[in-house]
Design a binder for this molecule. Structure first.
Ligand SMILES: [Zn+2]
Ligand SMILES: [Zn+2]
Length: 170
C-alpha cells in the first residue's frame, strides 16, 4: 500500500486518512513461523506535525497462522496492533539519534512499516489452548490426544510440590 503525501507536506496540520488491505508475506522470526491467509486490514492517518515531520498512526487487524509452542499444531491467532511512527523526507534535516523513518519523494510505502511493526508485536509464544499438554518428550506423541504409554518420571518442578501433597494425603 502506497500513500501519496504531497498534499500533507504542503502545510502544518495537513492530514490524509487511509484504509485498505495489505498483504504481507509469510515470515519466520526467532524460531516461529507466521503466515496470513488473508490480507491484513489497515486503517489510519498521516498528519503533518511541523518541522518537516509527519506522524503516522494506524491500526492493523487480521488473522495469522502460526504453531502452538507446545504441540506444534498449526493454529489461527487474531492479529491486532497499533502503529505510531514519525516520518521525514530525505531532504529534510533528519536528526540521527531518533527513530525516524526516512522516505523519498511524495510516497510512503506502508508494507515494510506494517511488517516491522508486526514483528515487534509478536508474543514470545502462542498456545492452541491454555492447558495444551504438548508432546511426549520421549515418543513425540500429542499428549492432548491421550497418554502414549511412555513412563515420564520427569515432573515439572511447578507440579512437584502438588504431587507431594497428593502423596501425603494417601
Ligand atoms: Zn498445543
Ligand atoms: Zn510417549
Amino acid at each position: 500500500m502506497i500513500i501519496n503525501v504531497a498534499s500533507v507536506l504542503k502545510e502544518f496540520g495537513g492530514k490524509i486518512s487511509f484504509e485498505g488491505k495489505l498483504e504481507i508475506p509469510a515470515l519466520s522470526f526467532s524460531g516461529g513461523e507466521y503466515s496470513f491467509c488473508e490480507p491484513l486490514d489497515v486503517r489510519g492517518s498521516i498528519v503533518n506535525a511541523g518541522g518537516g515531520a509527519l506522524s503516522l498512526n494506524a491500526d492493523v487487524s487480521g488473522v495469522m497462522t502460526t504453531q502452538c509452542a507446545r504441540c506444534m499444531k498449526d493454529i489461527e491467532v487474531p492479529v491486532e496492533f497499533g502503529i505510531s511512527e514519525t516520518l521525514m523526507r530525505s531532504d529534510e534535516n533528519v536528526p540521527e539519534d531518533e527513530d525516524i523513518i526516512v522516505f523519498e519523494g511524495n510516497e510512503i510505502g506502508l508494507d515494510e512499516i506494517v511488517e516491522n511493526n508486526f514483528i515487534m508485536n509478536i508474543k514470545p509464544r502462542y498456545l492452541c489452548r491454555k492447558d495444551c499438554k504438548g508432546l511426549c518428550p520421549k515418543c513425540g506423541a500429542d499428549l492432548n490426544e491421550g497418554g502414549c504409554g511412555c513412563e515420564n518420571d520427569e515432573i515439572d518442578p511447578r507440579w512437584a510440590a502438588l504431587a507431594d501433597m497428593i502423596k501425603n494425603e494417601d
